[in-house]
Design a protein around this ligand. Structure first.
Ligand SMILES: C[S@@+](CC[C@H](N)C(=O)[O-])C[C@H]1O[C@@H](n2cnc3c(N)ncnc32)[C@H](O)[C@@H]1O
Length: 276
Protein backbone atom coordinates (compact mmCIF):
# COMPACT_ATOMS: atom_id res chain seq x y z
CA UNK A 1 0.00 0.00 0.00
CA UNK A 2 1.25 3.51 -0.85
CA UNK A 3 1.88 6.44 1.45
CA UNK A 4 -1.26 8.23 2.66
CA UNK A 5 -2.02 11.71 1.27
CA UNK A 6 -1.34 13.16 4.72
CA UNK A 7 2.18 11.70 4.72
CA UNK A 8 2.82 12.85 1.15
CA UNK A 9 1.59 16.32 2.13
CA UNK A 10 4.19 16.33 4.91
CA UNK A 11 6.94 16.05 2.24
CA UNK A 12 5.17 18.42 -0.19
CA UNK A 13 5.00 21.07 2.57
CA UNK A 14 8.68 20.56 3.37
CA UNK A 15 9.76 20.95 -0.29
CA UNK A 16 7.61 24.09 -0.67
CA UNK A 17 9.10 25.65 2.48
CA UNK A 18 12.71 24.88 1.46
CA UNK A 19 12.74 25.64 -2.29
CA UNK A 20 9.26 26.89 -3.17
CA UNK A 21 8.39 24.07 -5.59
CA UNK A 22 4.74 23.14 -5.33
CA UNK A 23 3.54 19.54 -5.31
CA UNK A 24 -0.26 19.57 -5.36
CA UNK A 25 -2.32 16.44 -4.59
CA UNK A 26 -2.65 15.78 -8.34
CA UNK A 27 1.10 15.00 -8.51
CA UNK A 28 1.47 13.20 -5.17
CA UNK A 29 1.99 9.98 -7.15
CA UNK A 30 5.16 11.57 -8.60
CA UNK A 31 6.35 12.59 -5.16
CA UNK A 32 5.80 9.05 -3.94
CA UNK A 33 7.83 7.59 -6.84
CA UNK A 34 10.60 10.02 -5.96
CA UNK A 35 10.48 9.05 -2.28
CA UNK A 36 10.85 5.41 -3.32
CA UNK A 37 14.06 6.39 -5.13
CA UNK A 38 15.28 8.15 -1.99
CA UNK A 39 14.57 4.96 -0.02
CA UNK A 40 17.05 3.17 -2.31
CA UNK A 41 19.69 5.90 -1.86
CA UNK A 42 19.29 5.72 1.91
CA UNK A 43 19.37 1.91 2.06
CA UNK A 44 15.70 1.75 3.13
CA UNK A 45 12.99 -0.39 1.57
CA UNK A 46 9.98 1.90 1.04
CA UNK A 47 8.59 5.44 0.98
CA UNK A 48 6.97 4.56 4.33
CA UNK A 49 10.47 4.00 5.80
CA UNK A 50 11.53 7.38 4.41
CA UNK A 51 8.58 9.01 6.17
CA UNK A 52 9.45 7.24 9.41
CA UNK A 53 13.07 8.43 9.18
CA UNK A 54 11.92 12.00 8.48
CA UNK A 55 9.65 12.06 11.52
CA UNK A 56 12.07 10.37 13.90
CA UNK A 57 15.42 11.87 12.81
CA UNK A 58 14.40 14.97 10.86
CA UNK A 59 15.25 15.77 7.22
CA UNK A 60 18.91 16.65 7.47
CA UNK A 61 22.28 16.16 5.73
CA UNK A 62 22.32 13.90 2.66
CA UNK A 63 18.65 13.03 3.21
CA UNK A 64 17.71 16.70 2.82
CA UNK A 65 19.83 17.11 -0.32
CA UNK A 66 18.43 13.91 -1.90
CA UNK A 67 14.90 15.14 -1.25
CA UNK A 68 15.50 18.61 -2.67
CA UNK A 69 17.44 17.23 -5.66
CA UNK A 70 14.75 14.76 -6.48
CA UNK A 71 11.99 17.36 -6.11
CA UNK A 72 13.46 19.51 -8.89
CA UNK A 73 12.66 19.23 -12.58
CA UNK A 74 15.91 19.66 -14.53
CA UNK A 75 14.50 19.75 -18.06
CA UNK A 76 16.81 21.85 -20.23
CA UNK A 77 18.57 21.91 -23.59
CA UNK A 78 21.20 23.84 -25.51
CA UNK A 79 19.94 27.14 -26.97
CA UNK A 80 16.47 26.43 -25.57
CA UNK A 81 14.06 28.88 -27.26
CA UNK A 82 16.50 29.93 -30.04
CA UNK A 83 14.97 33.43 -30.32
CA UNK A 84 16.19 34.22 -26.81
CA UNK A 85 19.71 33.29 -27.84
CA UNK A 86 19.39 35.35 -31.04
CA UNK A 87 18.45 38.29 -28.83
CA UNK A 88 21.40 37.61 -26.51
CA UNK A 89 23.78 37.44 -29.48
CA UNK A 90 22.40 40.35 -31.50
CA UNK A 91 21.09 42.71 -28.86
CA UNK A 92 21.98 41.93 -25.25
CA UNK A 93 25.73 41.28 -25.54
CA UNK A 94 26.30 44.40 -27.68
CA UNK A 95 24.13 46.38 -25.23
CA UNK A 96 26.37 45.64 -22.25
CA UNK A 97 29.05 48.10 -23.31
CA UNK A 98 26.63 50.49 -25.02
CA UNK A 99 24.71 50.88 -21.74
CA UNK A 100 27.83 51.06 -19.54
CA UNK A 101 30.72 52.21 -21.75
CA UNK A 102 33.22 52.68 -18.93
CA UNK A 103 32.84 49.39 -17.06
CA UNK A 104 35.94 47.21 -16.57
CA UNK A 105 33.92 44.00 -16.83
CA UNK A 106 30.35 42.74 -17.20
CA UNK A 107 28.55 39.98 -15.33
CA UNK A 108 25.92 37.47 -16.44
CA UNK A 109 23.99 35.19 -14.05
CA UNK A 110 22.15 32.00 -15.09
CA UNK A 111 19.98 31.54 -12.01
CA UNK A 112 18.67 28.01 -12.67
CA UNK A 113 21.50 26.33 -14.55
CA UNK A 114 20.24 22.74 -14.42
CA UNK A 115 22.82 20.46 -16.15
CA UNK A 116 24.71 23.36 -17.77
CA UNK A 117 23.27 23.56 -21.27
CA UNK A 118 21.95 27.10 -20.68
CA UNK A 119 25.08 28.72 -19.19
CA UNK A 120 27.30 26.95 -21.71
CA UNK A 121 25.08 28.15 -24.59
CA UNK A 122 25.58 31.68 -23.24
CA UNK A 123 29.31 31.00 -22.88
CA UNK A 124 29.61 29.95 -26.54
CA UNK A 125 27.94 33.21 -27.59
CA UNK A 126 30.16 35.22 -25.25
CA UNK A 127 33.24 33.48 -26.65
CA UNK A 128 32.17 34.24 -30.23
CA UNK A 129 31.29 37.83 -29.33
CA UNK A 130 34.65 38.47 -27.65
CA UNK A 131 36.48 36.97 -30.61
CA UNK A 132 34.80 39.52 -32.88
CA UNK A 133 35.36 42.32 -30.32
CA UNK A 134 38.84 41.66 -28.94
CA UNK A 135 39.01 44.97 -27.06
CA UNK A 136 35.74 44.39 -25.23
CA UNK A 137 36.09 44.12 -21.42
CA UNK A 138 35.78 40.72 -19.75
CA UNK A 139 32.36 39.08 -19.47
CA UNK A 140 31.98 36.87 -16.42
CA UNK A 141 29.29 34.15 -16.25
CA UNK A 142 28.04 32.74 -12.94
CA UNK A 143 25.62 29.82 -13.03
CA UNK A 144 23.71 28.66 -9.97
CA UNK A 145 21.22 25.96 -9.04
CA UNK A 146 19.88 24.40 -5.85
CA UNK A 147 20.34 20.77 -6.91
CA UNK A 148 23.74 19.21 -6.14
CA UNK A 149 23.34 16.55 -8.82
CA UNK A 150 22.71 19.30 -11.41
CA UNK A 151 25.74 21.34 -10.32
CA UNK A 152 27.88 18.20 -10.51
CA UNK A 153 26.78 17.70 -14.13
CA UNK A 154 27.46 21.40 -14.88
CA UNK A 155 31.01 21.10 -13.60
CA UNK A 156 31.63 17.91 -15.59
CA UNK A 157 30.45 19.59 -18.84
CA UNK A 158 29.96 16.12 -20.34
CA UNK A 159 26.86 15.49 -22.41
CA UNK A 160 25.19 12.46 -23.98
CA UNK A 161 24.53 12.23 -27.70
CA UNK A 162 20.82 12.82 -27.00
CA UNK A 163 21.55 15.98 -25.00
CA UNK A 164 23.81 17.25 -27.77
CA UNK A 165 21.13 16.60 -30.38
CA UNK A 166 18.76 18.88 -28.49
CA UNK A 167 19.63 22.35 -29.71
CA UNK A 168 23.35 22.27 -30.50
CA UNK A 169 24.34 22.94 -34.13
CA UNK A 170 26.78 20.62 -35.91
CA UNK A 171 29.15 23.57 -36.36
CA UNK A 172 29.32 24.32 -32.63
CA UNK A 173 29.57 20.62 -31.80
CA UNK A 174 32.69 20.29 -33.96
CA UNK A 175 34.07 23.60 -32.76
CA UNK A 176 33.60 23.17 -29.01
CA UNK A 177 33.33 19.46 -28.12
CA UNK A 178 35.41 16.30 -28.25
CA UNK A 179 34.07 12.77 -27.86
CA UNK A 180 35.34 10.62 -25.00
CA UNK A 181 35.92 6.86 -25.13
CA UNK A 182 32.39 6.20 -23.80
CA UNK A 183 30.75 8.26 -26.55
CA UNK A 184 29.96 11.30 -24.37
CA UNK A 185 30.81 14.79 -25.56
CA UNK A 186 33.20 16.89 -23.47
CA UNK A 187 33.06 20.65 -23.70
CA UNK A 188 36.42 22.23 -24.56
CA UNK A 189 38.19 24.03 -21.68
CA UNK A 190 38.13 27.39 -23.53
CA UNK A 191 34.32 27.51 -23.12
CA UNK A 192 34.13 25.62 -19.82
CA UNK A 193 36.42 28.06 -18.06
CA UNK A 194 34.11 30.98 -18.90
CA UNK A 195 31.50 29.76 -16.38
CA UNK A 196 31.73 29.61 -12.57
CA UNK A 197 29.19 27.51 -10.68
CA UNK A 198 27.73 28.09 -7.22
CA UNK A 199 24.92 26.61 -5.20
CA UNK A 200 22.13 29.16 -4.67
CA UNK A 201 18.56 28.72 -3.50
CA UNK A 202 16.34 31.30 -5.18
CA UNK A 203 14.48 31.67 -1.89
CA UNK A 204 17.67 32.85 -0.13
CA UNK A 205 19.40 36.23 -0.26
CA UNK A 206 21.39 36.95 -3.45
CA UNK A 207 23.64 39.35 -1.54
CA UNK A 208 26.80 37.22 -1.80
CA UNK A 209 26.57 37.02 -5.62
CA UNK A 210 27.11 40.72 -6.32
CA UNK A 211 25.40 42.61 -9.13
CA UNK A 212 24.77 41.66 -12.75
CA UNK A 213 24.31 43.25 -16.17
CA UNK A 214 22.21 40.34 -17.42
CA UNK A 215 20.26 37.69 -15.51
CA UNK A 216 18.65 34.60 -17.03
CA UNK A 217 16.06 33.04 -14.76
CA UNK A 218 14.24 30.68 -17.09
CA UNK A 219 11.71 27.90 -16.56
CA UNK A 220 11.96 27.97 -12.80
CA UNK A 221 9.48 30.64 -11.61
CA UNK A 222 6.65 28.48 -13.02
CA UNK A 223 7.16 26.10 -10.08
CA UNK A 224 6.66 28.86 -7.49
CA UNK A 225 3.43 30.33 -6.13
CA UNK A 226 2.45 33.92 -6.98
CA UNK A 227 3.83 35.39 -3.76
CA UNK A 228 7.25 33.73 -4.11
CA UNK A 229 7.48 34.61 -7.83
CA UNK A 230 7.04 38.26 -6.92
CA UNK A 231 9.47 38.08 -4.04
CA UNK A 232 12.17 36.39 -6.19
CA UNK A 233 11.76 38.85 -9.10
CA UNK A 234 11.94 41.84 -6.74
CA UNK A 235 15.12 40.55 -5.05
CA UNK A 236 16.57 39.67 -8.44
CA UNK A 237 15.96 43.15 -9.84
CA UNK A 238 17.93 44.54 -6.89
CA UNK A 239 20.87 42.38 -8.10
CA UNK A 240 20.66 43.91 -11.57
CA UNK A 241 22.55 47.12 -12.34
CA UNK A 242 20.66 50.12 -13.68
CA UNK A 243 19.75 49.48 -17.36
CA UNK A 244 20.65 45.79 -16.85
CA UNK A 245 18.48 42.97 -18.25
CA UNK A 246 16.36 40.07 -17.01
CA UNK A 247 15.35 37.16 -19.24
CA UNK A 248 12.59 34.80 -18.07
CA UNK A 249 11.23 31.59 -19.64
CA UNK A 250 8.71 31.72 -22.49
CA UNK A 251 5.72 31.07 -20.24
CA UNK A 252 6.94 33.36 -17.45
CA UNK A 253 6.37 37.09 -17.09
CA UNK A 254 7.51 39.85 -14.77
CA UNK A 255 4.40 41.91 -15.56
CA UNK A 256 2.59 42.72 -12.35
CA UNK A 257 5.55 41.48 -10.28
CA UNK A 258 7.76 44.55 -10.58
CA UNK A 259 7.53 48.29 -11.18
CA UNK A 260 11.28 48.59 -11.78
CA UNK A 261 11.40 46.69 -15.08
CA UNK A 262 10.40 47.73 -18.60
CA UNK A 263 9.41 45.01 -21.02
CA UNK A 264 11.33 44.94 -24.33
CA UNK A 265 10.91 42.79 -27.43
CA UNK A 266 13.91 42.27 -29.72
CA UNK A 267 14.71 39.55 -32.24
CA UNK A 268 11.44 37.81 -31.42
CA UNK A 269 12.25 37.47 -27.71
CA UNK A 270 10.69 39.23 -24.74
CA UNK A 271 12.85 40.34 -21.84
CA UNK A 272 13.07 43.13 -19.27
CA UNK A 273 15.32 46.11 -18.68
CA UNK A 274 15.80 47.69 -15.28
CA UNK A 275 14.80 51.33 -15.19
CA UNK A 276 17.50 53.91 -14.59
C1 LIG B 1 13.40 23.22 -15.61
S1 LIG B 1 15.05 23.60 -15.13
C2 LIG B 1 15.39 25.00 -16.14
C3 LIG B 1 16.83 25.04 -16.60
C4 LIG B 1 17.21 26.18 -17.52
N1 LIG B 1 17.07 27.46 -16.86
C5 LIG B 1 16.40 26.18 -18.79
O1 LIG B 1 15.55 27.05 -18.97
O2 LIG B 1 16.60 25.29 -19.62
C6 LIG B 1 14.77 24.33 -13.52
C7 LIG B 1 16.01 24.33 -12.64
O3 LIG B 1 15.74 25.17 -11.52
C8 LIG B 1 16.31 24.60 -10.36
N2 LIG B 1 15.56 25.09 -9.19
C9 LIG B 1 14.30 24.78 -8.81
N3 LIG B 1 13.97 25.43 -7.69
C10 LIG B 1 15.05 26.17 -7.33
C11 LIG B 1 15.33 27.05 -6.25
N4 LIG B 1 14.44 27.30 -5.28
N5 LIG B 1 16.54 27.64 -6.21
C12 LIG B 1 17.46 27.39 -7.19
N6 LIG B 1 17.27 26.56 -8.23
C13 LIG B 1 16.07 25.96 -8.30
C14 LIG B 1 16.17 23.10 -10.57
O4 LIG B 1 17.11 22.38 -9.81
C15 LIG B 1 16.38 22.96 -12.08
O5 LIG B 1 17.71 22.63 -12.39
Amino acid sequence: MGLSDAKLKYFADYVKKEIGIIYGPEVYFQLEQRLEKIATYLGLTSAEDVYHKAVVEGIVGDFKQYLLDIATNNETSFFRDPKVFDAIQQFLLPALQKDHPHAFSYRIWCAAASFGQEPYSVAMLVHEFLKKNPNHPRIEIIATDIADHALKRCKEARFSQLEIQRGLSAIRLVQYFTKDEEGYWLLNPEIKKLVDFKKQNLLDSFGSLGTFNLVLCRHVLIYQDAEKKKEIVQRMERSIVSKGYLVLGGSESAMGLSTELNQLAEYGAIFYQKKT
